[in-house]
Design a protein around this ligand. Structure first.
Ligand code: SF4
Length: 362
């Protein structure tokens, strides 16, 4: 059973369509220039849906202007979502242009004073709503509660193809089991809604990336989730776009979407010259990054004869570097066939020439 397709501006989600990436700005929305700049950065990095806080009158007034500038700059395809808490119905009522401009409204009904009024405004403006509960602001059975809110929204008149659900938790195990329960309840009721999945408040660095990847990865592998966000706290020097990069990697790892060439490389070990091997892998990775539009390509970079031939044969283009005790010759494989042996100082240059030639053919 699939959900209905939900249209969020020019972006479509649900109904078995590819999983869409979303992100959220961290600029004050009232700072129009900074918010426009970040929306563009997030979109260029791969986020098709961008959410912004709408927490006060200044941000409510800023949204139409942000949309206008984005359109002028050629970014009219970004689906813009307003994130409302506590005063959503007041702002949407007071600023009709805000209600009209946004492509979707996001509401946490546990934090909204008038859920009914909020839903009515969405219906009047023909906008989809993400109804999301977060364990950080909700005590009790989150699955039962969200289904009650959906029932309420449908009674007011919100159509199934205007509803997206999300269940947020910062605990990966809870997050997975809540979603499994939600899916089984929806199946029991024979009503499947589009789902946004994302572990919330996942933390910083490796911990945030790993917990988000495991939690969303398990669900996505089971076909649960139509949009994804990774909510990591960026480190001081991180760009906001890092969370988008993580989303892309999760989707590509699961073969759900392809964004960049797939690179298989071994970790190296005592059989390799660490310094030489790691430098080679880095240079090849950097070289491949030049081919932004070449997605469906598999490159392997292996460090010796142990697992090298097997992995190289599975790739489109591969290089197997020599281990310490092997003949100092690198083997190049093209489409699974050992095609050329390279050695000497120009080994890498020659491999890049082969790579460039192959990539241009594609
Ligand atoms: S392929 Fe060779 S170099 Fe790479 S990790 Fe395996 S044994 Fe070590």
């Amino acid at each position: 059973m699939k959900s209905e397709i939900v249209k969020i501006g020019k972006v479509k989600i649900g109904g078995g369509l590819p999983v869409v990436i979303q992100s959220m700005t961290d600029t004050p929305t009232s700072d129009i220039n900074a918010t426009v700049k970040q929306c563009i950065e997030l979109y260029d990095a791969g986020a098709e849906i961008v959410r912004m806080t709408v927490n006060d009158e200044a941000s409510a007034k800023a949204i139409p202007e942000i949309k206008k500038i984005l359109k002028k700059k050629g970014y009219e395809n970004i689906a813009l979502v307003g994130d409302f808490h506590f005063n959503g119905h007041i702002l949407l009522n007071k600023y009709p242009l805000l209600a009209k401009t946004l492509d979707k409204y996001r509401i946490n009904p546990a934090n909204e004073k008038s859920f009914e009024e909020f839903v009515r405004i969405a219906i009047e403006n023909d906008k989809p709503v993400r109804i999301g509960l977060n364990k950080g602001s909700f005590d009790g059975d989150i699955v039962k509660a969200i289904l009650k809110y959906v029932e309420k929204a449908e009674k007011i008149g919100l159509k199934k193809n205007k509803i997206v659900l999300s269940l947020k938790s910062s605990d990966a195990v809870d997050f997975i089991s809540d979603h499994e329960r939600l899916i089984s309840e929806m199946k029991k009721n024979r009503k499947i809604y589009a789902l946004h999945v994302g572990l919330t408040e996942a933390g910083t660095g490796t911990q945030g990336i790993v917990s988000s990847s495991v939690a969303t990865g398990i669900l996505l592998k089971k076909g649960i989730g139509d949009t994804i966000r990774v909510s990591i706290t960026p480190s001081k020097n991180d760009s906001r776009t890092k969370e988008v990069e993580v989303c892309k990697n999760i989707l590509q790892t699961l073969n759900l979407r392809t964004f960049t060439p797939k690179i298989t490389s071994c970790p190296g070990c005592g059989r390799t010259n660490k310094k030489y091997f790691l430098a080679m892998v880095e240079k090849i990775n950097d070289h491949i990054k030049k081919y932004k539009k070449t997605k469906n390509l598999h490159v392997a970079i292996m460090g010796c004869i142990v697992n090298g031939p097997g992995e190289c044969k599975k790739a489109d283009i591969a290089i197997m570097l020599p281990g310490h005790q092997e003949k100092q010759t690198a083997q190049v494989y093209i489409k699974g066939k050992l095609t050329k042996s390279l050695n000497g100082k120009n080994m890498l240059k020659e491999f890049f020439e082969i790579l460039d030639k192959e990539l241009k053919i594609r």
